[in-house]
Design a protein around this ligand. Sequence first.
Ligand code: ZN
Ligand code: ZN
Length: 260
Amino acid sequence: MKYHIDTIPVWDAYSQQDQCPLCVLEYNSEKKYVDFFLGGSVMEPSTRIDVNRIGFCGNHFMQLYGEKNRLGLALITHTHLKETIGEFQRLTQDLKREKKGLLSSLKSKLTGKGGGSGSPLSTLLEWLNDHHHSCMICDRLENLLNRYAYTILYLWQKDNKFSETLKKSKGFCLHHFALIMKIANETLSAKLFDRWIDSILPIQTKTLDQLEADLLWYTQKFDYRNQDKPWGNSRDALPRTLQTLSGQYMEPPDPSKDDV
Ligand SMILES: [Zn+2]
Ligand SMILES: [Zn+2]
């Protein structure tokens, strides 16, 4: 797989010194896509055709709905719904036509004599499952994140300043650590892959140990005897840990607020 290189957003993300630069890139890109799908360019015929066919997952429908452009969302949802109804009717027609055969097919499945697969019911269930997961924004984010992960690996090989920046970073959340390891495995030579492991694993281990210590002190700060002791790095230990465990970007806490 050949990926394009896109260095500027990667450098910008590293300059934020967040828990995970890929979380930052995903969060920013997701916001841009949500705006895009509610903006005028979505009315372009080719994009519209894709939206009608693919739609959005629950998470991204929720984000689109949260943007308050209800008319824009209603228009694209309406044509997507119409296409969904067409497909639903086609597949349920097949099911209605063959429903008499269903019982015998289920029985043969129970007795292990085949049936089921390729039947109208299994085709309908497969389509419903795909429909539940298919999402224009998830698809685009996946492509983009693959490209950013590739760019990180490219810069790490070619740019000394970047490899120093990476060394000082906190590595990646576990979700994006899986992504970068997948892309490393796909694109690096065996020798480079070994070098990558030697560079990244100590950073990941250090970050996880540091988080554990910070989170422990965060819990101990609730003890009245520690009330007046300094926070150290622990004030935002909980959101940083949640992000590292889940890949869900957490906005840094507002330093002007003292609540925990
Ligand atoms: Zn991440
Ligand atoms: Zn999605």
